[in-house]
Design a protein around this ligand. Structure first.
Ligand code: KG4
Ligand code: ZN
Length: 353
């Protein structure tokens, strides 16, 4: 079976075709295209929902044509159309939902609504080193931070989540305080590389009490207080450009270390609680090298390992939606002619496949 995947939940238009490789065909991604709207939103310091929707309208159809061309296929070669139905920005979701549902109708194919976070959770399955069920998944994106026990596709038990800002959101907001452009996560991580380890220490929120929930909003505020105290000095004591750059890097380093340690402490706790040693990470922040290294260490000590997608499939993309859609299609999920965008949609409400 071959399926087209359409991702438009936020500020990335991602389109891909995935083949399950039955018969004599190789399994895998036949084509994928990604258009990032970063330039559209950069001047505003964050995603402007209306601009995101309009840009998806402009890009989705041309990118679908491009993946068909790249894979050397026609719509008749497809067996289904999968689209992200939520969670995300409602206007952005509606673009993918309406285009996906209409194409499926026109091409006489089943349409498959996909949960965006299930896409992130299954993205490591696109790699050679595939994790076996059961495992614990840490999902860290711009909108979500969750720990989930995964016993199979659709068998998800939420173990913990953020009670306020998501990890990616905390990266982006702290990056802004350090003068970095949106989305600041990758830029902050780059800046942290030249920071002095240990010059500043920031809290590891909610690690001193039991439980698997997260809170990152206080950490972002603590980083902001540090920026004001260390960088915004009265005239006469102001830092020169070089000192300011170094202090920013030192704060970035302390912030990244605090997030990474906090996530690792909770992952270890979740693995021990569930008596597992396989950890899967997905979502934009799972591209973070410091986090990957730390979690590789954490799981190794438990006799297990960590699984993650290649960096381009950590952030939003069409391949993960095509893959998740194919699993759902094989499991019998079909949408009727109505379609619904679900901006809020809990992962553990999904049926098992
Ligand atoms: O999964 P994603 O592409 O979109 C959502 O579903 O939200 O995640 C985007 C988030 C942004 O907050 C971005 O700053 C963060 O992932 N991110 C990173 C890195 N790459 C992306 N954060 C830290 N380090 C990175 N290398
Ligand atoms: Zn995402």
């Amino acid at each position: 079976m071959r399926i087209l995947g359409i991702e438009t939940s936020c500020d990335e238009t991602g389109i891909a075709i995935y083949d399950d490789g039955l018969g004599d065909r190789p399994e895998g991604i036949l084509a994928h295209q990604l258009y990032s709207q970063i330039a559209v939103h950069a001047d505003y310091g964050g995603v402007v929902p209306e601009l995101a929707s309009r840009d998806h309208v402009r890009k989705t159809i041309p990118l679908i044509k491009a993946v068909l061309k790249e894979a050397n296929l026609t719509p008749q070669d497809l067996d289904g159309v999968a689209y992200t139905a939520g969670p995300g920005l409602v206007g952005a979701l509606l673009v993918g939902c309406s285009i996906g549902r209409s194409l499926a109708y026109g091409w006489n194919l089943p349409a498959v609504p996909v949960h965006h976070m299930e896409g992130h959770l299954l993205a490591p399955m696109l790699e050679d080193d595939v994790p076996e069920f059961p495992f614990v998944a840490l999902l860290v994106s711009g909108g979500h931070t969750m720990l989930v026990r995964v016993d199979g596709i659709g068998q998800y038990k939420l173990l913990g989540e953020s009670v306020d800002d998501a990890a990616g959101e905390a990266f982006d907001k702290t990056a802004k305080l350090l003068g970095l452009d949106y989305p600041g996560g990758p830029a902050l991580s780059k800046m942290a590389e030249s920071g002095v380890v240990g010059r500043f220490k920031l809290p590891r929120p909610m690690t001193d009490r039991p439980g698997l929930d997260f809170s990152f909003s206080g950490l972002k505020t603590a980083a902001g207080t540090l920026v004001r105290k260390e960088c915004q000095l009265p005239e006469g004591q102001a830092l020169n450009a070089e000192e300011l750059k170094q202090t920013h890097a030192d704060i970035a380093n302390a912030f990244q270390q605090a997030v990474v340690d906090t996530l690792a402490i909770k992952c270890k706790r979740a693995l021990k609680q569930e008596n597992l040693n396989r950890l899967v990470i997905g979502g934009g922040v799972s591209a973070n090298t410091a986090l990957r290294e730390k979690l590789a260490n954490t799981t190794k000590k438990l006799g297990g390992s960590v699984f993650y997608p290649r960096p381009e499939f950590c952030t939003d993309n069409g391949a993960m939606i095509a893959y998740a859609g194919l699993q759902r299609l094989k499991g019998g999920t079909h949408a009727d002619l109505t379609f619904k965008a679900s901006p809020r949609w809990s992962l553990d409400s999904l049926p098992a496949v």
